[in-house]
Write a protein that binds this ligand. Structure first.
Ligand code: IMP
Ligand code: MG
Length: 187
């Protein structure tokens, strides 16, 4: 066993979603999104929230049967801990002018909703034609601010998950599945 796989074996409690489950669901979401925006003649602006959305977004957009452009935005609300600081910073802004455009925001997980409510508020001020949110995961039981989620891959229980873009202290993002991080890893 490699040092890394031994580390994974010791730090992950269980696998919540396999790569197959995740990617099947992403294909369904891509079909739905392609249908919903089928009448689009102008480019859809797909905005990924860095860095957690990167794996999800790349898997999703390959299957979108639409004209689109991609952009990114970085928001930080977590230090290296596992609970939201409530203090959201936009650390890198989008490049494309979204005024008069249809915009789809891509996120890894909606937890308290604090990060996304701030991001959506800010993007709404720029006058997009429409603004929708697409997230791979949602933890509804943890919501503090209600935000409209147009597309959600999976609802997950209140456990700390890593992989498929999701991190703990910036690690584990590259895992092709989603696993539950053992509590002794962060408490
Ligand atoms: P919110 O502002 O509480 O909704 O937090 C959203 C951000 O918290 C996400 O973009 C993630 O970076 C992070 N987050 C929330 N829950 C988890 C988790 O279970 N694993 C990894 N990151 C998480
Ligand atoms: Mg994170």
């Amino acid at each position: 066993m490699s040092i890394w796989s031994e580390h994974l074996h010791n730090s992950l409690g269980s696998i919540l979603l396999t790569q197959d489950q995740i990617e099947q669901r992403i294909s369904e979401m891509a079909r739905q999104i392609s249908q919903d925006y089928a009448s689009l003649t102008d480019d859809l602006v797909v905005v990924g929230i860095l860095r957690g959305s990167v794996l999800f977004m790349s898997q999703l957009i390959k299957q979108l049967d639409l004209p689109l452009v991609i952009d990114f935005l970085a928001a930080a609300s977590y230090g290296s801990g596992v609970t939201s600081s409530g203090n959201v910073r936009i650390t890198e802004d989008t490049f494309i002018d979204i005024h008069g455009k249809h915009v789809l925001v891509i996120e890894d997980i909606v937890d308290t909703g604090i990060t996304l409510s701030k991001v959506l508020q800010m993007l709404q001020l720029r006058g997009p034609l429409s603004l929708k949110l697409c997230t791979l995961l949602s933890k509804p039981s943890r919501r503090q601010i209600e935000i409209p989620v147009a597309y959600c891959g999976f609802e997950v229980p209140d456990v700390f998950v890593v992989g498929y873009g999701l991190d703990y202290a910036d690690k584990y993002r590259h895992l092709p599945y989603i696993g539950v991080l053992k509590e002794n890893m962060y408490s």
